[in-house]
Design a protein. Structure first.
Length: 171
C-alpha cells in the first residue's frame, strides 16, 4: 500500500520557490536527494518534468501552482513555443485548438509543401487552408507558394489571435 498524495497549490508552495522573471523552479527545502535551491526537474520530450512521491508532474504546472496559488488550467501554453521556458510571462491558459495551433513551423523537406498549403494537381497553383472547430477556411489560388503561406499566416492571426502570431514568422 503506497502513498496517494497529490501535489496541491498549498504543497507546491511549501516544496518550491519560483522566480517568475527567470522561470526557475527550485527546491525550497531538502527533499530526498534534492537540496534547497536545486533546480526542479529534468528535460523530457521538450518539457521539464519531475517525479515526486511516484507521480510525475510537468514543471510548468507546478510553476502555475506556486505563482497563482491555484490549480492550473487543463492546458497551459508556452507563448513562445519553448516548453523549457517557464517564465510567468510565457505561460498562458489555452484551449486544445489554440495550443495545437501555437506550434513552430517545421522545416519543410525539399519537394513537400508547408503545413496548411495544398497544390492543385493540374493548374499547379497553391491554396492555404485552416480548420478551426470543424469549419475550414480556404484562400484564393496563388501562383507562388510564398503567397499562399502569407495568406495563411494573416488568416491565422485573425482566427487565433495571439496564438496564431507565431505562424506569421516561420522558424
Amino acid at each position: 500500500m503506497g502513498l496517494d498524495v497529490r501535489i496541491t497549490p498549498k504543497l507546491a508552495r511549501e516544496f518550491f520557490d519560483y522566480n517568475p522573471k527567470t522561470g526557475a523552479l527550485t527546491w525550497r527545502r531538502w527533499f530526498n536527494v534534492h537540496r534547497r535551491g536545486d533546480p526542479v526537474g529534468g528535460p523530457t520530450r521538450g518539457y521539464l518534468q519531475v517525479t515526486i512521491l511516484r507521480k510525475t508532474y510537468l514543471v510548468h504546472r507546478l510553476c502555475w501552482m506556486v505563482q497563482a496559488g491555484e490549480e492550473p488550467p487543463p492546458i497551459i501554453d508556452h507563448a513562445d513555443g519553448d516548453g523549457m521556458n517557464n517564465r510567468w510571462s510565457n505561460l498562458r491558459e489555452a484551449t486544445v485548438s489554440q495550443n495545437a495551433f501555437n506550434r513552430a513551423f517545421r522545416k519543410v523537406p525539399r519537394g513537400r509543401l508547408p503545413v496548411g498549403i495544398i497544390q492543385h494537381p493540374t493548374t499547379k497553383m497553391y491554396r492555404a487552408k485552416i480548420t478551426q472547430d470543424g469549419s475550414t477556411w480556404a484562400s484564393a489560388w496563388f501562383d507562388a507558394v510564398d503567397d499562399a503561406v502569407a495568406a495563411r499566416a494573416e488568416k491565422a492571426v485573425e482566427m487565433y489571435g495571439e496564438f496564431g502570431a507565431r505562424v506569421a514568422a516561420p522558424v
